[in-house]
Design a protein around this ligand. Sequence first.
Ligand SMILES: [Zn+2]
Length: 395
Amino acid sequence: MSSKKLTMPFRWLLLLIPIALIVIFLATRSAPSSKNEISSKSTTTSPEIKTEKRKDLADLALPPDWSQLERFQKTISRQTFLQRLQTIYTKDDSWKKWIVIDEEENTASIGDFILHFSKVDSSPPGAIFDWRTRSDLSPSREHPLEGLHIALDPGHIGGDFAEIEDREYIWEDNIVREGTMTLRTAQILTPLLEERGAKVSLVRSELKPVTDKRASDFSNPRLFYRTSEIRARAALINHNIQPDVVICLHYNGTGSKSPESSQNFHIILNGTYTAGELAHQDERFQMLQRLLSGTITEEIPLARMIADAFNERIKLPPYRYSDTSRTSQRIGNHPNLWGRNLLANRLYQCPVIFMEPYIMNSHPFMARLKEDPEEIYLEYAQAVARGITAYYQKN
Ligand SMILES: [Zn+2]
């Protein structure tokens, strides 16, 4: 007993020396960037936790519960899994670091989670809630969109928030606010869908954020208007609205200081996860949720119909991302459809169509906006309504 007591302080000393060295190393490393923000006592721990969090989680993300993927056991064949993974969700081989396919066992190991493939594909359950596909709608419905619940997500916040969210263009006497225009478009689109039998929910119905956080709550305002805001919308969609499909309404724009001369149009579907994004466990999990719940099998044909309806009346050339882009790729062999991993189209747990028409900081758009803004909102809304109807009315 006594000899043990004597050696204890030495053991502690041996333990404390390396800890102290690590603390000193971290404190000196993080000091330059954070010396004004954090008191000297907390610099040793806070930056360390932050750095560690950023490494394997996206901003403001929580670690995923992998057991939620259990419901997808034996619902997808290896061929379909790989085909979606390689043609929609990734563009290179970086997924192989995280997903190991065992052909003999017919499984995929994703960390500690083992996914068992089936021989043939069966109808998968929704990721968090059971959204309805086109074939789930009653064949004997009176109106084409009867039984369908559509959520409209007017992109950005608009109004007084347009400036801080960097979605306001002022040029000569033109003021263009994306979040204000998307809300107006959603308000015009709502009755067009309702008269065709759909139930419609607006994710945002005012020129205010959905999140109760504000820019002052974060070190970087982007975490407010992008991350926190989209995460709040995702919570609303996934837990309260639980729609069959979400249409994200946006107006495209560029970072150019002077107005652009031309416009274009494209639709974004969730896909093309980069090596850096796959290194985040939450993004990897959410990619698999989408892949396994089969959102893409509704998204591609629906997006094609909306794109075709749009192109029929509104003549805008397709936007084209660079062939060498690591973050985007063409989807469904259609000039207007592109796969990109955005926070909204990743988190909303059902098919998501992310609209990107026009160029709002272009001469032709601003001229039309000055002349008759409602005409733009109406043609946009009508094209989306026609495309949605064309897809869901078929059985
Ligand atoms: Zn936008």
